[in-house]
Every structure is written in C-alpha cells, then in structure tokens.
Design a protein around this ligand. Structure first.
Ligand SMILES: Cc1cc2nc3c(=O)[nH]c(=O)nc-3n(C[C@H](O)[C@H](O)[C@H](O)COP(=O)(O)OP(=O)(O)OC[C@H]3O[C@@H](n4cnc5c(N)ncnc54)[C@H](O)[C@@H]3O)c2cc1C
Length: 417
C-alpha cells in the first residue's frame, strides 16, 4: 500500500530506474526526474552493440573486475547479484542467455523493449516521471532544485533524495557530469572524470591512415605494462578501437598521466610460437618481395603487413630473427587516449569514502547516490550495467532504512507486485 512519504530519484538510467523500482515496491510515493526528454538514453546506446547486461562468472572473479573497489563490490553484488538481476528481468518478462564468452544478454528483447516494459511498469505502480528537469543542487531550504525546460526553477520537497546522474562519457545521452559543481559546493570530494574503456590515439602515417581506417586487425594479443588482452581491433583515423584496446585503456591512461612514453605491443601472429615463426621466416625468399613472402609463409597481409613496414627499420625486416621478434612484439607508440566524450564509461566522480555502506553521502544525510556518478570503473563485459543496477538497488535499500522502513531482503521478485 502506498504511503504519503515522498521521495525523489534523479536520473532515469539503469541505476535510477532500479532505485525507483525498489522504492515504489516498498510503497513509497516516488517522483523520478531526468534532464532528457525520455528515460535510459545511454542504456539504449548500450543496446546498439548487443546489450551485455551482466556476466556469469562467480562473485569473487566478478568483484575483482572492479579493481581497487573489489571489496566494496563484493558486498554490493551480494545484495543484488547477477543472478538477482536475471531473475528480476525474468519477472519483467525478459529472458536472458549466457553467451560463449560467459557474458549475459537478453533473449528476444532489445534495450528498447526492456526500457519500455520497465517504464510502463513503474508508471503503473504510480511512479511519476518528470522529463526535461535538470537537477541544479539544493534550494536554501535544502530541498532539491530543478531547472525545467521553460527555464523555471522548481523546488521539489521530498523526504529523501536519490541521485543517479551517471558519469561523463557520451554527454549527448544526458550524462554530462554537470552535477559535480553542486556537490563540490557542499564539500563532497570528487575525483575528476577520466575516460574508461576508450580507444587510443596513434600518430599513423598519412598513407596508413587513408588506406586502412575502418579495417580490422584480427586475432591479436595486445600488451601494455603488465596487462594483456586478445581479440580484434579496428584501425581508425585517430588510432585503434575495439575490446582489447578498451581492456588496456585504463592502464594506458594511467601510464600517460605519469608523462612517460607509452608503447602498446602487438603480437600479430599470436597462434604461432616464436620458434615456429622464426623457422618459417628463415626459408630463403629468393627474388620474392617481402609482402609476397609474408603472405605465403604466414598469411600476414593488409594493415598488419603495412604496420610492420612502418614500425620497423628496413634492416630489421631483412633479419629473420629480428623480423620474427617484431611480428610477435610490434611496438606501437601511443600518444593519447580518445576523449572522455567518446569513452564507453568514465572513472572519477564521488569517492567511496564520501558515502556510508548504504551509499548515503556522509556530508548530506538523506541524500543517496548510485551508478556511474560514483568513482569506480570496470571493463566491458556486463560489469558496468551490473555495477549500476547493484548500486541503485543498494542505495534504495539504504534510503528505506534511513526512513525507518522495513526493507525487503530479497530483490524485487515481480515487477507487477
Ligand atoms: C556505447 C556504449 C555502450 C555500452 N555498452 C554497455 C554494455 O553492453 N554493457 C554494460 O554493462 N555497459 C555498457 N555501457 C555502459 C552503461 O551504459 C553505463 O555504465 C550505465 O548506463 C550507467 O548507468 P547510470 O544509471 O549510472 O547512468 P546513466 O545511464 O548515464 O544515466 C544517468 C541519467 O542521469 C541523467 N542526468 C544527468 N545529469 C542530470 C541532471 N543534472 N539532472 C537530471 N538528470 C540528469 C541523464 O540524462 C541520464 O538519463 C555502454 C556505454 C556506452 C556509451
């Protein structure tokens, strides 16, 4: 049964919508706000490349994906786990499946379908959606303040506030990090936003850039520092993009910050051990061009071959031992990471010491935070959305506790209850 306790959730991304789900299910009167004209803009963008909702690996390994925050996420995942997420989605009518890589995807449903059912379910439950409302901090009375589309300021009295305003990548989706000044003004410590899961910049020659932009380099092993990743990458006008690049991008970003030169090493023939490769390259090539020889001997062609030519000296290419070493460990100098606006996610935001275990801001009692606005990062693979869902769930539970409400120990069992 609904009571008169009015709470405000700001941000209609996965974290905010999950919080609204928990709070409305507990019977509170929930108003949810967003600066955009509709919900879940970034969630829809995530759906374009195959919506990877979460991952099937066990909790210990899953939590380790959050790096320095692994212990915090171990607890958060215990409260709302990947299995809870899948069960909750089933309740919404969305089945999921585990792909060959262990990643979890929706079965027969798009991000748009999920969002539509979710928003309709919340609306049916009485959650009121206010679009084109930009959170602008607090009024003198400490009530949340919004700038509405006609340019009017609106104070919205609520017993508690839950902010889920996202990070600062893809600002066109509404997550532009513009909220930071309002919390910094209240002495909340924030780390500057940095790109995470992003492409890198390489000073390609004009020839390489024009000839190979958009072309893939397949089945590589990439190394940087003590990290490595395998898979396909794509040559872009600026440098390289693709899952293995994203996986190394945090390491690259942090090394670049130290002002040290950063080199990415590519193994262009990762299935061929160095000794085998060396043997193949030791065959006399007679009058054959290097291009023909490498194509026939080890099927090295296209951008991989041209990259080898560009990154190695002509002398190195003549010596089979050195050539084999170059193919297995081709150095590519990195000049930068791609800008924050293009990144899949962001690091930075509200640091964890600023919140208690219920994700309430220590300096602003009654204000809870969730999702990518907190300072955490994780690789692609479903860890980002799971992080948003789990923090949204936990912050809502914290809010219920703070209001003195008994809170359910189970995740929302059914969207229609
Ligand atoms: C191209 C791309 C692909 C991705 N693919 C995946 C994937 O497959 N799997 C995965 O796990 N993750 C993926 N992600 C990441 C994932 O989408 C995000 O981590 C997730 O959406 C974060 O959820 P959130 O609720 O914290 O924030 P967001 O989804 O960013 O939502 C924040 C909301 O707050 C609103 N807002 C911001 N400021 C204000 C304000 N001042 N006032 C009012 N409203 C405001 C925004 O409009 C937005 O609706 C992808 C991201 C991108 C860009």
């Amino acid at each position: 049964m609904k009571d008169k306790t009015k709470v405000a959730v700001v941000g209609c991304g996965p974290a905010g919508l999950m919080a609204a789900t928990v709070l409305s299910q507990a019977g509170l009167s929930v108003d949810i706000f967003d600066t955009k004209g509709s919900a879940g803009c970034k969630f829809l963008v995530a759906g374009r490349g195959g919506l990877n909702l979460t991952h099937s690996e066990h909790t210990e390994a899953f939590a380790a994906r959050y790096g320095n925050n692994a212990e915090i996420f171990k607890k958060l995942l215990a409260v709302f786990s990947p299995d809870d997420l899948r069960a909750w989605l089933r309740g919404l009518g969305v089945e999921t499946f585990i792909g060959t890589s262990g990643r979890v995807f929706p079965k027969d449903a798009t991000a748009h379908d999920i969002l539509k059912i979710w928003v309709e379910t919340l609306s049916r439950r009485g959650v009121i959606f206010h679009y084109h409302h930009r959170w602008q901090g607090f009024a003198k009375t400490d009530t949340p303040l919004f700038l509405t589309e006609p340019g009017e300021l609106l104070e919205f009295p609520a017993k508690a506030l839950l902010l889920a305003l996202g990070g600062a990548s893809w600002p066109q989706t509404g997550s532009d990090g513009g909220w930071t000044s309002f919390l910094a003004a209240r002495d909340v410590h924030l780390e500057p936003f940095r790109p995470a899961n992003c492409g890198i910049e390489v000073a390609w020659s004009e020839h390489f850039r024009t000839r190979f932009s958009g072309k893939p380099l397949k089945n590589l092993l990439l190394r940087c520092g003590d990290q490595q990743a395998i898979g396909d990458v794509v040559v872009t006008t600026h440098g390289l993009e693709g899952s293995p690049v994203y996986a190394l991008s945090a390491t690259i970003r942090d090394l670049l910050k130290k002002d040290s030169p950063v080199t990415l090493f590519l193994d262009l023939k990762r299935d061929l051990p160095l000794e085998h490769l060396q043997k193949k390259l030791e065959h006399p090539r007679g009058k054959e061009s290097l291009a023909n020889f490498l194509r026939k001997a080890i099927r090295l062609t296209g951008p991989a071959y041209t990259l080898l030519r560009e990154m190695c000296s002509p002398e190195d290419l003549k010596n089979p031992t050195i050539l084999a070493g170059c193919i297995k460990n081709l150095p590519v100098p990195v000049i930068n990471t791609r800008p924050l606006a293009e990144a899949i996610s962001s690091a930075g935001g509200i640091t964890f010491p600023e919140v208690d275990e219920n994700l309430m801001l220590r300096k602003l009692p009654g204000v809870f935070v969730a999702g990518e606005m907190l300072d955490w990062e994780a690789p692609t693979g479903g860890y980002l959305l799971q992080g948003a869902f789990s923090t949204g769930y936990q912050a809502a539970q914290g809010l219920l506790k703070w209001l003195g409400r008994t809170h359910p120990t189970q995740p929302p069992p059914s969207p229609n209850s």
